[in-house]
Design a protein around this ligand. Structure first.
Ligand SMILES: CC(C)(COP(=O)(O)OP(=O)(O)OC[C@H]1O[C@@H](n2cnc3c(N)ncnc32)[C@H](O)[C@@H]1OP(=O)(O)O)[C@@H](O)C(=O)NCCC(=O)NCCS
Length: 142
């Protein structure tokens, strides 16, 4: 198993789109759209792979030199709750630190808040709605 950076529009990126659609959109009766994915080109994209199969994905979008937004965190459904998501988040924090990032912010789905809390992310907002589901803003100083 290895974690590596995925280049926008590479074959790894195409695999990550399938995973994001399956894990983050289909359960909501939605689809990933081209318009939504257009913003991916500004992101650092990290993928966890076994041989050449993608298992998990995570994006970091620089909002400034020192603040990155974590988004599109998804672990393949058959592999959830085995520690992969935590490993990918911790790897991404180290990756971000090396790029000069001092703080990571994110919009956590309500169902994932406890996952991020275990990784020491703190809630910084009231509940709000995004893609029609409840979210909370969370952040972590690196
Ligand atoms: C949320 C998600 C990224 C977590 O990754 P994971 O590999 O399943 O989680 P891990 O095994 O590393 O850690 C799970 C820990 O968080 C807890 N947890 C809380 N909410 C969880 C959730 N929704 N899914 C899985 N674990 C959750 C588990 O109890 C576990 O605690 P433990 O270590 O004490 O056993 C993954 O389950 C996923 O892709 N879920 C669907 C998409 C999603 O919600 N993405 C996040 C959008 S903000």
């Amino acid at each position: 198993m290895e974690i590596k950076e995925i280049k926008y529009k590479s074959s790894g990126y195409e695999q990550s789109l399938v995973l994001r659609d399956k894990i983050l959109r289909k359960p909501l009766g939605m689809k990933l759209t081209k318009e939504f994915c257009f913003q991916d080109k500004e992101d650092f994209i990290l993928g966890m792979f076994e041989k050449n199969r993608i298992l998990a994905v995570l994006h970091l979008k620089p909002l400034s030199d020192s603040v990155f937004k974590m988004r599109q965190v998804a672990v393949d459904d058959s592999l959830q709750d085995k520690g992969l998501g935590s490993r990918l988040v911790l790897f991404s924090e180290e990756f971000a630190r090396k790029k000069g990032c001092k703080k990571i912010v994110l919009h956590a789905r309500k169902t994932a808040v406890s996952f991020y809390k275990k990784l020491n992310y703190k809630i910084t907002s009231e509940q709000f709605y995004e893609i029609d589901i409840p979210h909370f803003k969370m952040e972590k100083e690196l």
